[in-house]
Write a protein that binds this ligand. Sequence first.
Ligand code: NAD
Length: 331
Amino acid sequence: MIDAKAQVLALREQLERYNEQYYVADAPTVPDAEYDRVMRELIALEQAHPELLDASSPSQKVGGAPVSAFPEVRHALPMLSLDNVFSDQELAAFEKRLMSRLDSTTEVTFCCEPKLDGLAVSLLYEQGQLVQAATRGDGTTGEGILENVRTIKAIPLKLKGHDWPARLEVRGEVFMPSAGFAAMNAKALTKGDKVFANPRNAAAGSLRQLDSRITAKRPLSFYSYGVGLVEGEPLADSHFATLQRLKDWGMPISPEVKRMPGRAGCEQYYADILSRRDQLPYEIDGVVYKVDDLALQAELGFVARAPRWATAHKFPAQEELTKLLNVEFQV
Ligand code: NAD
């Protein structure tokens, strides 16, 4: 018991250090696969010793604290993380949990999406105009980054059409396409500058610049994958149809988003995307399955840091620790 407690405390401390490096400094020192391994070790220990559970454990929290150099933005609805599965067995367990919570034997339809490796942003449109943009931060409070977001060409400053709600919060991922990332690092190398660790850190470092002229020079792009606050009626009764409405208003939606039936459909989607992973023009670290029916989503609800109605199916790790430790990086 004493050993378990000491181990849990050590793992929490280790993860907090990684979180600070990753979310606040945009400069990770270990690859994601190593972070995920330590997190799973912590979760397994906390489950085996429920008396050690603590709401402030990294296993219960989202992201990192917002940096004070940016104005604080409080999210109208929390911006959560995603639970994840790493195998077909874990996916089967996810589906089983859903079915038993819904007390249903009817197959669930999932909206399947690429898991873009960038950073989550919230975009607030009032009367169709972009008026606020924020990072996820700790899920409750993010960093106000409107000026930087305004430099990203894929993000409309004004929505098309007229039938949008008076206030609409669009959520999605800012990312750096692979070609832009490679060109930027190649240029940095010829100039003897430091290079970025990976497109995710390049995107995060570029977006969280204090000078938006620097952000403007960075090859950033954006796909939307959902909504937060929507004033008035919901946009649709399914997640997929919600994304189609956003698309009609000019929001970029990944062409890879597909509705698939049950776990078998998810596995098929995963295999297809994994086989094409290297040909995609951006990096992804897995795929995301979301229960498509919004009424079922509402029934399933949330746990502390993630919705119960979605999970990320992570791809096998590509990075190696040595690769990360041998190169010097910049934010
Ligand atoms: P996550 O990245 O596993 O999943 C949640 C995020 O996925 C969302 O916030 C969103 O930004 C993103 N996302 C991409 N496509 C999406 C889609 N289609 N729909 C919904 N969301 C989508 O969770 P997290 O809390 O952001 O970060 C945890 C992960 O970050 C870890 O599993 C690890 O891989 C990495 N991490 C690494 C280190 C490190 O030191 N290397 C430190 C902290 C976190």
